[in-house]
Design a protein around this ligand. Structure first.
Ligand code: NAP
Ligand code: GDD
Length: 334
């Protein structure tokens, strides 16, 4: 039975990847950082089958120890400070985790477990102020936030450890992907939860920032499958994973509110606090290499994703679950 280590297993992608790999018969080790209350909500269905190992990307020693103890065959580095606005509030922490954390893991692999295959969760945010449309593996990077800059560093360190030390190190350049397990502050989840709250009479407006930003957005479950496929290739490489379509935040609102029988124009209000000091206006990926080499293509469309998320949030709120409003914690003073 092959063993996989997943950092960020408590996150959206980590939970989908762990489920997928357990289904393939892997032994899954999930790295979880110490907290006064550990939240394993996203792992509810599989918690008894994932082996949890305490660790943190900030701590080199624990990474070495985990690799020595579990001897993983595949390592998926999904852990990161992943919310773009927080990266302006906490640029140094973002650099420590999202950038240097990658080097800590690569160094641990190089010294302890060089035969392991490594996946780095790179991001379309690296393209930032885009140099080319659509963006592909060879498109130059122009990051627009501390998060984007940290991901560029992690990406290039992955390429360098591949070329310098011969590690099987792969970088997946994933475009936006959501799901009912998406963090509450990301825009598609903020919208689906907003629609559900308004529909059930729990709110009467939804404050948002830039409605004209465009994203290439797929379903997280499809993207987890792409990560695994990348590490099954004989040679490590870089891959763009995307749908090839782009949709504005305004379109997201239109589709989500319409699904609940509402008109977004009656509820969405402009709130300056959700605008960013530098915006990524347009992302649209060219996933043809992933299709050609990995045989990967997305199964869930953008509209299906938005409907799935609204339905899930209606069910969540109907079940009387308390959902904390975290979306205002990272608003930016201008
Ligand atoms: P997420 O839901 O925010 O999950 C992030 C995970 O990282 C959580 O498990 C978190 O643990 C963990 N983490 C944070 N700091 C850590 C540290 N210092 N040490 C160890 N673990 C730490 O993110 P996601 O959406 O699943 O994304 C997964 C990865 O893909 C991230 O690297 C993200 O930047 C990247 N990415 C995401 C997208 C997207 O659209 N979703 C697109 C491109 C790339 P806690 O639960 O303890 O907070
Ligand atoms: N979060 C948020 N909240 N975004 C808003 C809002 C709002 O109220 N109003 C408009 N937006 C716009 C943002 O300005 C941005 O252009 C777009 O919605 C998407 O924002 P996010 O959902 O926060 O995601 P992101 O694109 O910045 O980053 C996500 O995708 C990256 C891949 O491109 C994250 O998942 C990153 O971790 C990931 O790397």
């Amino acid at each position: 039975m092959p063993t996989a280590l997943i950092t960020g297993v408590t996150g959206q992608d980590g939970s989908y990847l762990a489920e997928f790999m357990l289904g393939l018969g892997y032994q899954v080790i999930g790295m979880v950082r110490r907290a006064s209350v550990v939240r394993l909500d996203r792992l509810e269905a599989i918690q008894d089958r994932v082996i949890l190992a305490q660790g943190d990307l900030l701590d080199q020693v624990c990474l070495v120890r985990i690799l020595q103890e579990y001897e993983p065959d595949e390592i998926y580095n999904l852990a990161a400070q992943s919310f773009v606005p927080t990266s302006w509030h906490q640029p140094i922490l973002t650099g420590e985790v999202t950038a240097l954390g990658v080097t800590r893991m690569l160094e641990a692999i190089r010294t302890v477990r060089p035969s392991a295959r490594f996946y780095q969760a790179s991001s379309s945010e690296m393209f930032g102020k885009v140099r080319e449309v659509p963006q592909k593996e060879t498109t130059p990077f122009y990051p627009r936030s501390p998060y984007g800059a940290a991901k560029v560093y992690g990406h290039w360190m992955t390429v360098n450890y591949r070329e310098s030390y011969g590690l099987h190190a792969t970088s997946g350049i994933l475009f936006n992907h959501g799901s009912p397990r998406r963090g509450l502050e990301f825009v598609e989840r903020k919208i689906s939860l907003g629609v559900a709250s308004i529909k059930l009479g729990l709110a009467d407006k939804l404050p948002l920032g830039n409605l004209e930003a465009r994203r290439d957005m797929g379903f997280a479950g499809d993207y987890a499958r792409a990560m695994w496929l990348m590490l099954q290739q004989d040679e490590p490489d870089d891959y763009v994973v995307a749908t090839g379509e782009t949709h504005s935040v305004r379109e997201m609102c239109d589709i989500a509110f319409s699904h609940a029988g509402l008109d977004y124009q009656d509820y969405v209000v402009r709130d300056e606090r959700f605008f960013r000091p530098a915006e990524v206006d347009l992302l649209v990926g060219d996933p043809s290499k992933a299709g050609r080499v990995l045989g990967w293509e997305p199964q869930i469309t953008f509209t299906e994703l938005m409907h799935m998320m609204v339905d899930a949030d209606l069910e969540l709120l109907r079940s009387d679950e308390r959902v904390p409003d975290v979306t205002e914690m990272t608003t930016l003073r201008r």
